[in-house]
Design a protein around this ligand. Structure first.
Ligand code: PMP
Ligand code: GLN
Length: 383
């Protein structure tokens, strides 16, 4: 492994899912649902397979039906207009979108400012691009993790090329507010920065929080690469359908890289996701409500078990503080948890450069059936 990537051995998600299987534990580590997405969308994939749509290389930028559906969905939800021909690109999940965007837009030595804790592929993708990661830490404040805009401004230097944002934010569940996004947009315009926004949890917002795409803010359309994922929005994480939206210049740059990473992926699934994106609003609302009910089971259960709980305003993850349990090392805690309780969680420290800052926090996923969550919290309470 080259020096840039030497530190990136095995992702925490693979490690923790393997641990869950080996110990027969309830897996609240890796974020994947234990119930597949809608039957009609699975049927759409079967039809595409049978009819021979997508069994051979689809068009590089994605099948026209899906690009049109992505554009229509953003128009319907956010009032954003994208030209499906030049401003939408289908990728092999959001993971490829992130990697391709960074490889396309970052020069070796450029600084990339990312919110910390950060989703683990960010650090690896910045490293692959030869960039330098500059974390801005979200800090606990009145029950949630908050972005300090002054810290963000201070992190931007003459070498900063882009901001890598994630809202709703994995693992903290923080959803950036309109005022925060407006301030970020102003900063990006003033310092002439590009912004990559990972919005894969766009439909999972709670308690009146609102997801707003940064591309909709003044001056941001030309400098924002927005990223979405059908894995998250429709509970098909194995299909690896993601997408990028942005100006023709930015999307064109990402497309150039994408051609040489995978060229294309997920042929028949692209047709199925085109149909999924056209589902009525009631699908998205039902999905959100289902996850909200699960969030409440998990947050209440973790509180009863003695954790400090940060109630997430978005995503399907809860970050919990283990210090009230008399613990301080999330790594050790998560390694011992399968033995102690038959439950798997993820230590947030892996999402930090400043491992000390992340040490007391662990992440639990709640994209699981209610009975599974109830059993998990029962086990944690009894531990
Ligand atoms: N970004 C974030 C914040 C995520 O949590 C994930 C995990 N699904 C991804 C990107 C990757 O998405 P995909 O599975 O579509 O590659
Ligand atoms: N995004 C999921 C999580 O945060 C996992 C994705 C993966 O395993 N790469 O848990």
């Amino acid at each position: 492994l080259n020096r840039r990537l030497a530190a990136f051995g095995t992702t925490i998600f693979a490690e923790m899912s393997a641990l869950a299987v080996a110990t027969g534990s309830i897996n609240l580590g890796q974020g994947f649902p234990d119930t597949d997405g809608p039957e009609e969308v699975r049927e759409a994939a079967v039809r595409a397979l049978r009819d021979g749509r997508g069994n051979q290389y689809p068009p590089g930028p994605g099948v026209p039906e899906l690009r049109a559906a992505i554009a229509a969905h953003q128009q319907r939800r956010y009032g954003l207009s994208w030209d499906p021909g030049t401003e939408v690109l289908v990728t092999a999940g959001a993971t490829e979108a992130i990697a391709a965007a960074l490889l396309a837009l970052v020069e070796p030595g450029d600084e990339v400012v990312a919110l910390e804790p950060y989703y683990d592929s960010y650090a690896a993708s910045i490293a692959m691009a030869g960039g330098t990661r500059v974390p801005v830490t979200l800090r606990p404040h009145e029950g949630h993790f908050r972005l300090d805009l002054d810290e963000l401004r201070a992190a931007v230097t003459g070498r900063t090329r882009l901001l890598l944002l994630n809202t709703p934010h994995n693992p903290t569940g923080t959803v950036l507010t309109r005022a925060e996004l407006a301030a970020i947009a102003e900063l990006a315009v003033e310092r002439d920065l590009l912004v990559v926004t990972d919005e894969v949890y766009e439909h999972l917002v709670f308690d009146g929080a609102e997801h707003l795409p940064l591309a909709g803010f003044p001056g941001m359309r030309e400098r924002t690469v927005g990223i979405g994922s059908a894995g998250k929005t429709f509970s098909f994480t194995g299909w690896k359908v993601g997408w990028v939206t942005g100006s023709p210049e930015l999307v064109g740059a990402v497309r150039t890289v994408k051609q040489y990473l995978t060229y294309v992926a997920s042929g028949p699934f692209q047709y199925a996701i085109a149909e999924a994106l056209a589902l009525p609003d009631s699908y998205f609302e039902e999905y959100r409500r289902t996850m909200l009910a699960r969030r409440d089971i998990l947050t209440e259960g973790l509180t009863a078990a003695g954790f400090g709980v940060f109630r997430p305003a978005g995503t399907y993850f809860v970050t919990a503080d283990i210090r009230p349990l008399g613990e301080k090392d999330g790594f050790a805690f998560c390694r011992a948890l399968p033995e102690r309780a038959g439950v798997v969680a993820v230590p947030n420290a892996v999402f930090y450069d400043d491992r000390e800052a992340g040490a007391p926090f662990v992440r639990f996923a709640f994209c699981k059936r209610e009975e599974v969550l109830r059993e998990a919290v029962e086990r944690l309470r009894a531990m």
